[in-house]
Ligand binder design. Structure first.
Ligand code: RIB
Length: 323
């Protein structure tokens, strides 16, 4: 099973577009996360390349997709840093805007178990306008798949989704940072929803299962309810427990996790999404793309930072091949 999924890495091709955010992640490791009002000691400050969209783009490019990223950086030192790191990953940033003001930033704390807290300051990401997206129409519709998250203005996200959806380009949206009620006009032009288990519970307005035991969750009724809300296909990530693909006619498909000892889970969800984008652009079924994403995101959990922890196809194959 591991081998046949991993060999899919050699079949990655196609064009992925990502519209959205780039952030400099100001990251400090600590033994444990601080409580409200508490001061605790941490390690040295590290400035790492991040932003959900930049991360998704980097993950897809590292495993072999052609990726174009659309968004905005500021006129600070972080701008060149972020574009440079994306370029190293193989992402085409030629159409990224440079605007005045700071680039997107986050403040991140990572504890000894690899858990994190993140505070996001949009900076230049707030300046990604509908007009800019309209001007990129030709490039967007030339792609096989579009990836979106909600670190950019919602009207810009909706414009990109509409342009691509109407041109037959598959649209995958990550509802993160989470918005409880996505606008209906956005839902209508998104083909696939990606959320984690907590976001799923909030989307459906249901309680999370006791002891975080999602094996007891009524996934069939979740699928039914999601389709009523307008989401025909959904992937729910479950952290270290894998993921679940919900679509029709396949129904509920559990995707096995890939066990690793986590160093830092920052950006693992983005590595997962980037891989799903890469898989879909390559013509994989959704469950095949999600299974491959288990490996790619597990690899990402074994290093500090988001993009800094992402592997190439060769590195990921080598890490997991002998399992
Ligand atoms: O998902 C992880 C990302 O969220 C980080 O890189 C940070 O920039 C925030 O956007």
């Amino acid at each position: 099973m591991a081998d046949s999924t991993l060999t899919a890495l050699s079949r990655i091709h196609g064009i992925v577009s990502v519209v959205g955010s780039m952030n400099a992640d100001y990251t400090v490791t600590t033994e444990r996360l601080p409580k409200p009002g508490e001061t605790i000691n941490g390690g040295p400050l590290q400035i790492l390349p991040g932003g959900k969209s930049g991360n998704q783009a980097a993950a897809a490019a590292r495993i072999g997709s052609m990726v174009q990223l659309f968004g905005a950086v500021g006129d600070d030192a972080n701008a060149d840093f972020l574009l440079g790191k994306l370029g190293e990953a193989g992402v085409d940033t030629a159409n990224v805007l440079r605007v005045s003001g700071p680039s997107g930033t986050t403040v991140i704390t990572v504890d000894a178990r690899g858990e994190n807290t993140i505070v996001y300051s949009p900076g230049s990401n707030a300046q990604v306008s509908v007009e800019y997206i309209e001007s990129m129409r030709g490039r967007l519709v030339a792609s096989n798949v579009l990836g979106l998250c909600l670190e950019s203005p919602i009207e810009t996200v909706a414009a990109a989704a509409r342009i691509c959806h109407e041109a037959g380009v598959k649209v995958l949206i990550n509802n993160s940072p989470f918005i409880p009620a996505l606008p209906q006009e956005l839902i209508e032009v998104c083909d696939i929803l990606l959320v984690n288990e907590h976001e799923l519970a909030q989307t459906l307005g249901v309680a999370e299962p006791e002891h975080d035991d999602w094996s007891t969750f009524d996934w069939r009724s979740a699928l039914r309810r999601l389709r009523e809300l307008g989401f025909e296909q959904t992937i729910v990530t479950l952290g270290g427990d894998g993921s679940v693909v919900l679509d029709a006619p396949a129904g509920v498909t559990p995707i096995a996790p890939v066990a690793v000892t986590p160093v830092d889970t920052t950006g693992c969800g983005d590595a997962f999404m980037g891989t799903v984008l890469a898989g879909l652009a390559s013509g994989f079924e959704l469950h095949e793309a999600a299974q491959l994403a288990s490996y790619v995101s597990a690899y990402a959990a074994t290093g500090l930072g988001a993009q800094a922890s992402y592997g190439t196809a060769a590195q990921i194959e080598e890490r997991f091949a002998e399992r």
